[in-house]
Design a protein around this ligand. Structure first.
Ligand code: HEM
Length: 359
């Protein structure tokens, strides 16, 4: 599984439970807080027996997406979903195991595998919710492509054309991220819309014997870009813990890549070494690599600067939530920005980035 556009379009196009009609009414059911109807509809989808019959991964992902809309909705209205509809538990566990992901919906289901247009699955139906879904729809595949381009540099040297090409591709993909944050900042009020209206649908729910976080934009695999670009060989303990928690809610291949590359020299480290060796006259490809890496760090910093603004406006002292929907303290967002800033600063200092990594 990758977030290629054809695969995502196919999952989005599927409606294996025939749930289009009931999901079109979901914002209305939620607005009325109609818990009995929500439980009845979820029960009907599960009791129909169709969820367990899916064998194609696209259908399974679409089923998780659609059942998930009811999990978040019931939880929003104060009901633990599987207490209300116990029959959904085994189905979710089986589907999660079959696709190698958590046994519920994630931000990928809600973002990239959510259809556009009238079939779009929404909790509130508000225009701002659409903007947030689109933010994930646009950024998750771009971030994945950027990470895979960086992963493909393994075994190459920073002064080789293919290394420079890979970094340039990653930089071109990631450039969309600050734009996405700006679009969200321009059209979604973090306090009055996100925190008051949407955040309550993103709570954790119990499935089997543990709780699983809801769809959180933090599960977009930016942690992979960090890991491969600058953090994997000098991990800050708090940052590493956050990354490891986030990997649990992505594609299985992302978690495997994160594990495999832990402790290996990052792109920033090999670039800094190559620059130190090349001295004052680096070749054209090494300069291309350096420019692209600088571009990647600029995009990360621009995104994180804007994103921190959203977080601060949302998670105020009286907002009622101590953690984000991925379970992390809002403070960790500032930590990751600060660490990114530090590494970018080191890399800009003459010879500064070539220091030995910490592991
Ligand atoms: C109102 C808008 C938003 C708010 C209030 C917000 C809030 C948060 C919070 C509290 C965290 C900490 C982790 C957690 O959720 O538990 C977080 C992390 C994160 N969020 Fe958001 N977020 C918003 C929009 C977005 C958008 C649109 C994206 C990208 C599509 C995004 C991507 C991320 C990422 C990648 C992280 C992990 C930390 C990092 O890499 O810097 N967020 N966000």
């Amino acid at each position: 599984m990758e977030l290629g556009s054809e695969f995502c379009r196919e999952v989005a196009g599927r409606d294996p439970l025939g749930a289009d009609a009931v999901l079109a009414r979901l914002p209305e059911l939620n607005a009325g807080g109609d818990v009995a109807a929500l439980a009845r509809e979820l029960d009907a989808l599960v009791a129909g027996g169709r969820p367990g019959r899916q064998v194609d991964v696209r259908d399974r992902l679409a089923v998780l997406r659609d059942l998930g809309m009811f999990l978040g909705s019931l939880r929003r209205h104060g009901v633990e979903p599987l207490d209300a509809v116990p029959g959904a538990g085994p189905v979710l566990l089986e589907l999660g195991a079959a696709v190698g992901m958590v046994p519920r919906d994630t931000v990928l289901h809600y973002g990239v595998w959510n259809p556009a247009g009238p079939r779009r699955r929404m909790f509130t139906g508000a225009a701002e919710e659409g903007v947030l879904i689109d933010a994930v729809r646009v950024s998750a595949p771009a971030v994945e492509r950027a990470a895979l381009a960086l992963a493909g540099l393994e075994g190459l040297k920073p002064d080789e054309p293919a290394f420079a090409d890979g970094c340039e591709e990653a930089a071109a993909r990631l450039a969309v991220l600050p734009e996405v944050a700006a679009r969200v900042a321009g059209s979604v009020d973090p306090a009055t819309f996100f925190m008051s209206r949407l955040r309550p649908y993103m709570e954790d729910v119990r499935v089997g014997d543990r709780r699983y976080f809801g769809p959180a934009a933090a599960h977009v695999p930016l942690y992979l870009v960090d890991h491969l670009l600058w953090s994997g060989d000098r991990p800050d303990p708090g940052h590493l813990l956050l990354q490891e928690e986030l990997t649990g809610y992505g594609l299985p291949a992302w978690a495997a890549l994160h594990r495999e590359r832990a402790g290996r020299p990052t792109v920033a480290t090999v670039l800094a070494r190559a620059q130190a060796e090349a001295g004052p006259r680096p070749g054209a490809d090494l300069r291309r690599t350096a420019d692209a890496v600088a571009g990647l760090l600029r995009s990360l910093l621009a995104f994180r600067g804007r994103h921190l603004g959203l977080v601060r406006r949302a998670y105020t002292a009286d907002a009622g939530y101590g953690t984000g929907s991925a379970g992390a303290a809002p403070e960790t967002v500032r930590l990751v920005l600060e660490l990114t800033r530090q590494r970018a600063r080191q890399l800009r200092a003459p010879g500064g980035g070539a220091g030995e990594p910490t592991r």
